[in-house]
Design a binder for this molecule. Structure first.
Ligand code: UD1
Length: 349
């Protein structure tokens, strides 16, 4: 199969490409405009897999360019895994139009091309944010979704709806929305990981960058939640486990085992972990002490969310390989790789 991965230079996209190249015979081609990633990622993918991936630097919000510069040039595409999107919750509150424009038009243009060029399979990167302040824990795929607090979250909920409605009109089409919980960690080699532009927002890159002196402070956002240690609970899931779920999802779509041509899956570990427990796991694997501060709650944060992942483990036959300590040690290995490149003023490989 020939698979288009959008956002192939991004955090989850690059790990998914590595998994596809390592474990299948599929051909992969990427579209990434490097708005929050780096072309060097493809060098890292090559160093890990020994394979070169072709990337098109195209903005998905331009339908004309996408059609002319990608689909007409590349020929038939069997499946699309659509990662490319903006994902900073706080930024989406201050720049809502940018988020709606980018995330929704990117998806719509890909679906228009899927129609025109007869693409059969589609996997959409969704998020546990669609459950909002969930009514039950752990959340299953049947737990009602809620109006998300942030425009980012709204683009995921609406994106799922657009895909579900589109699937009703194209019956030879097979589509899935994968609801990621909190992807963390790095490739086991420590040679590929998360590297957002600017100061990170997500907990794990903040921790590893703080431990390396790249960011000045580490603030725990709230210790007055009604949880076992007062900090918020999330479901941290190793990025390589998330990546592998995409390979299994492609197999699942191809096997036609699904009763309907659109479905959703939770991709989480099934374990709720507090912020303090994440910091402890990092301290344990790194041998360092984190001099963090406790601040107020972050606006828009929910107290607790973790997944019931039994649908994915049963239907996709997804077996998790890594736990929180492996996630933290691989993230730290990747950070040390970044530190070494910075110290020696070398191009990062
Ligand atoms: C959120 C979304 C997730 C989305 C992701 C994209 C929810 C429930 N989750 O993840 O779907 O894909 O954004 O960015 O809406 N924290 C600190 N200090 C920090 C950073 C984070 O204490 O410096 C805490 C947060 O308050 C939170 C936890 O760490 O309790 C995880 O935060 P983060 O890594 O930013 O992810 P979410 O906000 O859970």
């Amino acid at each position: 199969m020939k698979i288009l991965v959008t956002g192939g230079a991004g955090y989850i996209g690059s790990h998914t490409i590595i998994d596809i190249l390592d474990n299948t015979d599929h051909e992969v081609v990427s579209i990434d405009n490097f708005s929050n990633s780096d072309p060097q990622t493809f060098e890292r993918i090559k160093a890990i897999t020994g394979k070169k991936v072709k990337n098109y630097e195209i903005d998905l919000t331009s339908y004309g360019t996408l059609k002319k510069e990608f689909f007409l040039k590349e020929g038939h595409i069997d499946g699309i895994i659509h990662f490319a999107a903006l994902k900073a919750v706080g930024e989406s509150v201050s720049k809502p139009v940018m988020y709606y424009h980018n995330n929704l038009n990117g998806l719509i243009n890909l679906l228009k091309c899927a129609q025109k060029f007869d693409v059969d399979s589609f996997i959409f990167s969704s998020s546990c944010t669609v459950y909002g302040n969930a009514l039950e824990q752990p959340v299953t795929e049947q737990t009602p979704t809620q109006i998300p607090e942030s425009p980012y979250g709204y683009t995921k909920l609406v994106g799922e709806k657009i895909l579900a409605d589109f699937a009703k009109t194209k019956l030879d089409f097979q589509a899935l929305s994968l609801r990621y919980f909190n992807p963390v960690g790095a490739h086991i080699s420590g040679m590929n990981g998360e590297l957002p532009k600017g100061r990170p927002n997500n907990l794990v890159p903040v921790v590893t960058q703080f431990a390396s002196g790249w960011v000045d402070d580490l603030v725990v956002h709230g210790s007055d939640y009604e949880t076992r240690d007062g900090t918020a609970i999330r479901d941290y899931i190793h990025v390589s486990d998330i990546a592998h779920a995409h390979v299994l999802a492609l197999e699942y779509l191809n096997s036609n085992e699904s009763e309907s041509n659109y479905d959703v899956f939770n991709l989480g570990s099934g374990r709720g972990v507090t912020v303090f427990e994440v910091l402890q796991a990092f301290e344990k694997v790194s041998g360092l002490k984190l001099d963090y501060k406790v601040g107020p709650r972050r606006e828009g944060d929910v107290e607790m969310i973790y997944a019931d992942n039994s649908k994915a483990t049963t239907l996709l036959k997804w077996n998790l390989q890594f736990g929180i300590e492996e996630a933290m040690s691989s993230a730290w290995k990747w950070q040390k790789h970044l530190n070494a490149a910075k110290r020696d003023d070398k191009v990062l490989l």
